[in-house]
Every structure is written in C-alpha cells, then in structure tokens.
Unconditional design. Structure first.
Length: 299
C-alpha cells in the first residue's frame, strides 16, 4: 500500500514539473505577440492617415490654403477655417494649461495622496474626461452662448474645448510632477529654498517635458471634436475679427462638407490639412521637448 502511494506521489510531482511550453519559448511567443500588436497598430495608423493624404493632398495647394470658400465650400479654399482653428486652439491652451498645471501642482505637492480632497478632485477629473463631447457642446451652448451671452463665437468654442482638455492635461501633469526625483526637492529645501521656490525653480522645469506632452494630448483630443464646437462656434465662413465673432474651424468645416454632400473632394483636402497640422505641431513640440531635456541634463 505504501509503495503504491509513493508511486502516485512521484507521478503527481512529475505532473507539476511538466511544462507544455518552456519559459524560454513562452518569452519568445509573448514577445512576438507584443511585436505583432505594435505592428498592427502602426499599420492601422498608416492606413487611415495614408488614405486621407492620398485623397486629400491633390486638392491642397496655395490657392486652397490662402483663399476663402466659395458657394458654401464647393469651391475656393479654407484660409478662414485655418485662422479660426488657430484662434480656438490658442484660447483653449491659454485657459486650460494654467488651471490644469496649477491643480496638478496642488495635488502632487501640497496635499497628501490620502486626503479626501485629492480623491474628490481625481474622481472629478476622471468623470470630466469620460463625458461625451456632445454633452460639452450642450453645456457650452447653455452656459457660454446663452447664459453668459457670449453668443456663437470663438470665445465660446475655446472655453468649451478648454473644459475638455483640462482633465487630460491635469492628470498628465500630475504624473509628470510626481515622477520628479525626491532628491531634487530635498536638495532645494536643504539649500534654504521655500516650498514655492522649490516647485517653481526645480520641480516644474524638470517636469516640463511631461507637462508639454499632456498639453499636446489635451489639445489634439479637444480640437478634433466636432460636436463640442458645433453648438458654440457658429458656422461663419469669414475670418473672425475678434473672439466674439462666429467662426468655422477645420473639423466643423469638414463635417459640414461631408455630411451635407457639398464637396467630398474639398472635405478630403480639409481633412488632409487638419492631419498635417496635428502632425507638424506634435513633431515640432517633441523636438523642442527633446532639446530642452538635453539642455537640462547638460548634454
């Protein structure tokens, strides 16, 4: 009886030690899976961007970029739309960035992570980030356009986009500030600097690359939303003379051209210009951030 039990134990132990796939092969398989996932994501990106550029670039020329639209967009160019897009982006950046970075500094430097107010602010930011853009558009219409009487204007659209970008910039900035080594803060405080001097002259400069990335992500996400500006900016095809004038940014112009069947050719051209603008802003900003990082590291 005892010999039979011993034989069963041996078989059971062998079963535990048996592997269908060795750890080395498992590593290779998972590496291949991750590589495949990355390649598929890149192919999807190239397919979408390539399709837009192939169909839109033949339309893009100096006349298309520097002229006004004719006959509701069936002819002419998109120069007023480019100017309107830049106006709205600047307003959104100038409003969202200080608020977001300020909130991130407060959460990362001045309160404990276990504080109730931190949990409330993080929950609020995450909730704000998950709200559909159409809801932001309706809020902008009710509050900025009607209640504050800004009307359909560049200012109303910029404020609405600032609200959309705020949670993304805030969370990214908070993570970047928290990632700054603790030794930076301790060294600054040891030299006699105050808390604010440490934050302003040591922590924030070291966190600028991450904060800049957050600003880019927030603005790229906000400016691509058509629903949010559909109810707040208006649809004027002229160049806005002030922030209280109505306008038609590129995403809204693209939406109108495509959905109303005005000109699919000009819609692809507008989409190509919008994609190129986002790519140029992203590339230029990344290059500047890389140079700033190298300068900070003394390379």
């Amino acid at each position: 009886m005892s010999s039979r039990i011993e034989s069963i134990k041996k078989v059971w132990r062998k079963g535990l030690n048996f592997r269908l796939i060795s750890p080395k092969n498992t590593q290779r398989i998972m590496k291949g899976v991750f590589w495949g996932a990355g390649i598929i994501a890149i192919l999807i990106l190239l397919s979408v961007v390539g399709y837009i550029l192939i169909n839109g670039l033949p339309v893009v020329n100096l006349e298309f970029l520097l002229s006004k639209p004719i006959d509701a967009g069936r002819g002419g160019g998109i120069f007023p739309m480019i100017v309107s897009t830049i106006y709205i982006m600047l307003i959104a950046v100038l409003i969202a960035t200080p608020l977001s970075v300020g909130a991130a500094v407060y959460l990362a430097e001045y309160v404990s992570s276990k504080s109730k107010i931190v949990k409330v602010m993080i929950f609020g930011a995450e909730t704000l980030a998950s709200i559909p853009s159409i809801v932001f558009g309706l809020f902008g219409l009710a509050f900025f356009v009607i209640f504050l009487d800004f009307g359909w204007s560049v200012l109303s659209g910029g404020l609405t986009l600032a609200l959309m970008a705020l949670p993304i910039i805030m969370r990214t900035s908070e993570v970047s500030i928290e990632a700054v080594p603790r030794s930076y803060r301790e060294g600054s405080l040891a030299l006699g600097a105050t808390k604010w001097q440490t934050v302003y002259r040591v922590v924030l400069p070291a966190a600028i690359p991450g904060i800049t990335t957050g600003v880019i992500l927030g603005m790229a996400s906000a400016i691509a939303e058509t629903a949010a500006i559909l109810f707040t900016v208006g649809a004027a095809t002229r160049i806005p003379a002030s922030v209280f004038d109505p306008a038609r940014p590129l995403p809204l112009h693209l939406y109108i051209l495509a959905t109303e069947g005005i000109s699919l050719e000009n819609a692809f051209g507008t989409a190509a210009v919008l994609v190129i603008m986002v790519l140029v802003i992203t590339i230029v900003t990344n290059v500047m951030v890389e140079r700033y990082t190298r300068k900070m590291m003394g390379q």
